[in-house]
Design a protein around this ligand. Structure first.
Ligand SMILES: O=C1O[C@H](COP(=O)(O)O)[C@@H](O)[C@H](O)[C@H]1O
Length: 360
């Protein structure tokens, strides 16, 4: 039964022109899985990634701004009114000098980190006392930190904090590395800490930690695989354990991975395949963190660039960029397998789905 003192909302980001709605808010029905559109926001060019701070009722969307013939990154801060189901824009700031593809926030909501695929860099921004995106505090270009071969190009794709909050792991798709950083709270600087080398041509894109905090899983866009990592907490390092394909053995078409998630109970890992247009479901070996595929299920639409497990754990929402739809799946509580609910919502080029529960 739905709890009337709280409301679960789903925020979506999309590829959109400024005159199109790029960010939408839906109310999520935890019993039926249905999504009801409450509000839509236009005026941002390509809000392709979002970060939601439910405690402080803030949403941060990345965008693009034209600058000297190129594109710079932008962060737009919104106040969330969960009772009304509305977003109120509070400010927008320029972030880094190239367009961005991901935005992350620390637990204490002090910093935002943007990743720029096209610039091969990460940017650290402050969050002010009103919870709004502030100034660019630091910027690190990966090509200044690690050797880059002639055929390579740095492509920072996402940043994730370690479970203890001490390190930031940045996936670089072009260098086949995960670069780690610490943030100095006195100087507000990112300092390069180390790197994890992945297989050549892997293309690490997104990362997800296991709830135990012992393992992490990185999804590799270019060779359609997941690498299982062990988090060595004392050293702030991710060590490679094994790499496993996200595709069925008999598939020989073109496909590129996108998103990865671990179930709350830590028993299942999910990954998306753009091309095969599927979600791969892996069961997690309790003692080793290793993965075994148990299902490949169609996403009922092309190019599943993002997906999310919904609060409560009963449903998954998949955002199909080329299917122009959000697709709802039931999650089996026993084995984590997915089943299409038959329910889809039309939306133009959705590429980010972020749920949050609000106390009213
Ligand atoms: O996953 C991907 O992301 C990058 C970055 O996205 P963009 O919208 O900022 O360009 C994209 O370029 C790459 O082709 C894609 O596979």
């Amino acid at each position: 039964m739905a709890n009337r003192s709280q409301r679960t909302l789903l925020f979506t980001g999309a590829y959109a022109e400024e005159d199109q709605s790029g960010v939408c808010i839906y109310e999520f029905n935890e019993d039926s899985g249905e999504l009801k559109l409450l509000d839509e926001v236009s005026g941002i060019k390509n809000p392709t990634f979002l970060n939601v701070d439910a405690d402080n009722r803030r949403l941060y969307a990345i965008g693009e701004m034209a600058e000297q013939g190129g594109k710079a990154g932008e962060v737009v801060s919104f106040e969330i009114d969960p009772a009304a189901g509305k977003l109120i824009e509070r400010n927008r700031v320029r972030s880094v000098s190239s367009s961005t593809c991901h935005i992350q926030r620390d637990e204490s909501s002090k910093y935002l980190i943007v990743s720029s695929y096209h610039g091969g860099l990460v940017g650290l921004l402050s969050i002010d006392e009103e919870g709004l995106a502030g100034e660019l505090l630091d910027e690190k270009k990966h090509s200044d930190l690690v050797p880059v071969r002639e055929a390579q190009q740095a492509r920072a794709h996402s940043a994730f904090y370690s479970p203890d909050g001490k390190y930031v792991f940045v996936q670089d798709l072009g260098l086949d590395k995960i670069l780690s950083y610490t943030i100095n709270p006195d100087t507000n600087e990112l300092s390069f800490h180390g790197e994890t080398q992945l297989e050549e041509g892997a293309g690490p894109r997104h990362l997800a930690f296991h709830p135990s905090g012992v393992y992490a899983y990185v999804i590799n866009e270019l060779n359609s695989s997941v690498t299982v990592l062990r988090y060595i907490q004392d050293e702030g390092r991710l060590a490679v354990l094994e790499t496993i394909s996200t595709l069925p053995v008999d598939f020989d078409g073109e496909s590129y991975c996108a998103e990865i998630a671990v179930s709350e109970d830590g028993k299942t890992v999910y990954g998306s395949n753009r091309g095969h247009d599927s979600i791969v479901v892996f069961s997690v070996h309790e003692d080793t963190g290793y993965l075994s595929p148990v299902q490949y299920i169609s996403t009922e639409g092309g190019h599943p660039r993002h997906f999310t497990l919904m609060p409560g754990g009963k449903f998954m929402v998949v955002a199909n960029r080329d299917g122009n739809n959000l697709v709802l799946f039931n999650v089996d509580p026993e084995d984590g397998k997915l089943a299409f609910t038959g329910y889809t919502v039309s939306q133009s080029k959705p590429v980010c789905v972020k749920p949050a529960v609000f106390q009213l």
